[in-house]
Every structure is written in C-alpha cells, then in structure tokens.
Design a protein around this ligand. Structure first.
Ligand code: AMP
Length: 463
C-alpha cells in the first residue's frame, strides 16, 4: 500500500502523522484515532505541553508516543552516549514494559531505538543498552534515579518528557524522584503529563514542571468507562472466599482479575483459589520481575484464566479481553477502584466489575461511589446467610463444622491456613436449606446470583 492510500484510510494522517509511522500505526490496527489522540497529538506536534486527564484504555500511550516519535524520526539516528531523546516515566514495571512494547509496534520498520530502565531486574543490561544513547527511554522513577546519580544515564539532552499515570506515581511515593528527574532533563524540553485523576498534588506538579499546558480531558475526572457493568455484592469477610469460588464456577468468567488490598491478601486469595480447584497466577510487589512477567504473559495468552493482583502491580496492565474484575476487597484509596475496573471493558468490549463488600468496608464503598458519581447496584446480598464453616470444594462428604477457631482460620483471619479438614461448607450446593444449619434459607438461591456474576442474567439490578 502506498503512503497516500494509507493516509486515505487512516485518520492519523489528518492529525499530522505521516510516512513510516503512519504505516506502522495502520499495521497495528489503529486507523481511527481515539478522542484522546485527536486532542493530544496535534497540540503536542505544535510543541505545546499537554496535561491530560485520561482513563486507562483510552489510547493514551499512542497519544503521547506518536507526536514524539514523529519528531524523533525526523531527527535521524545520531545520538549522544548515555542520553535519551525522550523519557517516558511510568509508575510500574509492567506498565513500562507495555509502553515500550507499544512504541516498538508503532515504530516497526523505522530506526528508533528504545530502552527500558526498571527496578527488580539486573542493571547491567540496562546500563549497556543506554551506553550508546537511545531515542526513547521508558523507565520507572526509582531505578532511573539511581542510574542518573551514578552517571550511567545522562538526561541533559532529553527534550521530551512524559509522565504516565502521574497520580499513581504520586501514590507510590515517586513524586520527589519525578521532580528530580524532570529537573535533570533539557531546560527547553516539552512535557506531557497523563493521569487518570487530577489530585491537587498533580496539579501543583504540573504547574512547576510544565509551561502553559494545553488541557485535554476525554472523560469526566474519575468516571468509569461506560462499557463496564458494575455491581456490589454484600458479604462478610468470612463469606468472600466461598462466594468468589462460586462465581468462578461460571464459565462466563472467561478471564478474570481478582484484586486484593494487600500482597499478603493476594497470596492468600491465590492459595485459597488453588485449594478450591481454581488455578490462579498472582502478581504483587514482592514477586520478582520474572515471576510477574510470567504471570502476566500467561494471563495475556489465555493459559491463565485468573490473575490475582494488588493495585500497584496491576496498574496500567493492558490485557485485551478481560471479562471480569472482582474486587475481593475495596481498595484503600477510592481512586484505585477506577484503575482496577479499567482493566476490563477495554476497547469498547463489554466488561463486568464486581465488588465484594463487607460491612466494615461500607465507608470505602461510599467513597468509591462518590468518585464514580453513581450508586453501585447490589447484585447480591449475603449478609443474612450464615458464615461458611469450612474451606469449600473439598470434594468430600460434609461433616459437622469444626470448632470456631478452625472455622475462623478458614476465612482469611490473616493467618496461614493449617491442614484442611473436610468440613461442612456453605457449600458447593449452596442453597442454604442444604447446609448443616438451622438458619433460614437465604432470600436468593446462589445459582441465580452466580448467573449475575457471569454477566448473563443479573440477579438484582436495584440501581
Ligand atoms: P492505552 O490507553 O494506551 O493503554 O490503550 C488502550 C488500548 O487501545 C490498547 O490496547 C491499544 O492498543 C488500543 N488503541 C489505542 N489507540 C487505538 C486506535 N486508534 N485504534 C484502535 N486501538 C487503539
């Protein structure tokens, strides 16, 4: 296909993208620019700083990469040792890897060099990669700060700076590193800052590191994507494991991220899922970079159906086709909810987000609802059901419940589980009447609710 033909087909040409970049963009399947791209690309090409409020999944990576790449391609290949023409800072290793992947796709067939500088992996290969200088450096702030301090990376020739997911960098305590790194770049640099939310601290940062930025906003601040069906399931902490397992028995939950609040919690949920017959991979900050990447790759290629993650580790993960996000716990910060559920419903695909909420988490739920400006419909209410007395899905005949401390240990008291005894559960066949309990049957049978989780027939949609 000639460039002219490509240009006819490709709305990116109208935004000022041309030549090999336009071809690669077309080859990547990007023909119609997304709203964030329509707004940010021309402004950036004009040389303006860009301050963008954009959701994950909005197409922000191409929005900040394409104009920079356009200018870099025009510069030719001469680079200074240890320097980077453009620096993209991201809060997590996974997001940085993803950004570099996208840039590689968008520059296919062009002579654009990239490097990744991340914590958690050996610095040797990173230093080696940086030695001749690169066009685009994608980095997490901590490791890059170290390499700059040690003289292995020189940012004095960096004329394009992008801060991606700036609000998360703030949450993760990177703000001082970010300021320091921005200061180390060329004084006439052009800066773009992308953030899903715009807390006051980010506005203040923008004022200090940006010059008269163009403001770009593609969705109202902190509102969630329209394609995601959200609901809440009211359940006590002790019931959550059982409910999650029952949900996952539904094949409609094709590809699921389960969010836990803490690393410890994520490990526990993963372990419990394994015991309940569901293989799950886990990513969190205590896992090695290799383990995280392996889990992510498995999830991406479909060999892993369930990924358990903490907020930080999952930040920015762009895996297409995630059907469900389950919040096993409410996040500490309400803003994280928006990021979590943004893992599904990407690229216009349908997505379902279910939040399990214990009464002790009600205040957090209210905060979330305030931020997303809607009341989450209650898909199911288990608060009047008895707590499970045992780990579910033992596959053994039910016997009387064990003593209280055993039962407690079974439901996420925070302590590791001991040997599992086959005990009566709140069970595989969950109609309450079948349980070894004289509590009255719950209002709604479990199966009906599960269909709701699977996205086929929602049980209750009381808005
Ligand atoms: P991002 O917000 O950058 O993580 O992008 C979200 C998803 O949208 C990624 O899977 C991109 O590959 C995809 N994407 C970005 N821009 C376009 C476009 N113009 N057309 C189609 N897909 C796109």
């Amino acid at each position: 296909m000639t460039n002219e033909n490509t240009a006819e087909l490709n709305g990116f040409a109208k935004l000022g993208i041309s030549g090999g970049l336009l071809k690669a963009t077309h080859a990547a399947g990007f023909d119609m620019p997304k709203p964030i791209q329509v707004q940010a690309i021309p402004a950036h090409l004009e040389g303006r700083d860009v301050l963008a409020v954009a959701q994950t999944g909005s197409g922000k990576t191409a929005a900040f990469s394409l104009p920079i790449l356009t200018k870099i391609v025009a510069l030719g290949t001469k680079r200074l040792p240890k320097t980077a023409r453009a620096l993209i800072l991201a809060p997590t290793r996974e997001l940085a890897v993803q950004i570099e992947d996208t840039i590689r796709v968008l520059t296919k067939g062009l002579h654009v060099s990239t490097a990744l500088v991340l914590g958690g992996v050996s610095r040797f290969s990173q230093v080696k990669k940086m030695a001749p200088g690169v066009d685009v450096l994608v980095a997490t702030p901590g490791r890059l700060t170290d390499l700059v301090r040690e003289g292995e990376v020189n940012l004095s020739d960096t004329r394009w700076l992008v801060l991606d997911e700036a609000d998360r960098m703030l949450d993760m305590g990177f703000i001082h590193d970010v300021r320091r790194l921005a200061k180390a770049t060329h004084k006439d640099r052009q800066t773009a800052l992308f953030s899903a939310t715009m807390p006051a601290e980010i506005e203040a940062l923008a004022r200090t590191i940006m010059k008269d930025p163009v403001h770009v906003q593609v969705a109202p601040q902190s509102t969630t994507a329209a394609e995601i069906k959200q609901s809440v399931v009211l359940a006590r902490v002790k019931q959550k494991r059982q409910i999650l397992s029952e949900m996952l028995a539904d094949d409609a939950m094709r590809s699921v991220i389960v969010f836990a609040r803490t690393k410890h919690g994520a490990d526990r949920v993963t372990r419990d899922l394994g015991r309940d017959g569901f293989e799950a991979a886990v990513i969190h900050g205590n896992k090695s970079q290799n383990a995280r990447q392996k889990a992510l790759n498995g999830f991406r290629d479909g060999s892993v159906r369930i990924l358990v993650a903490t907020d930080i580790a999952a930040r920015g993960i762009d895996v297409p086709g995630i059907s469900h996000v389950v919040n096993f716990d409410l996040p500490d910060e309400a803003e994280s909810y928006v990021h979590r559920i943004g893992r599904t419903g990407r690229n216009g695909a349908d997505g379902i987000a279910i939040t399990l909420c214990d009464p002790s988490e009600n205040a957090k739920l209210r905060q979330v609802e305030k931020i997303i400006r809607m009341k989450l419909p209650v898909a199911a209410d288990y608060l009047d059901q008895p707590d499970p007395k045992s780990p579910p899905r033992t596959g053994r005949p039910p016997i009387e419940a064990a003593n209280d401390s055993d039962a407690r240990r079974g439901e996420g008291s925070g302590r590791p589980r001991g040997e599992q005894k086959p005990r009566n559960g709140f069970g595989k066949k969950p109609a309450a009447g079948k349980q070894a309990t004289d509590r009255p049957q719950a209002k709604k049978p479990f199966r009906g609710k599960r269909r709701g989780f699977g996205g086929r027939k929602p049980a209750t949609r009381a808005a």
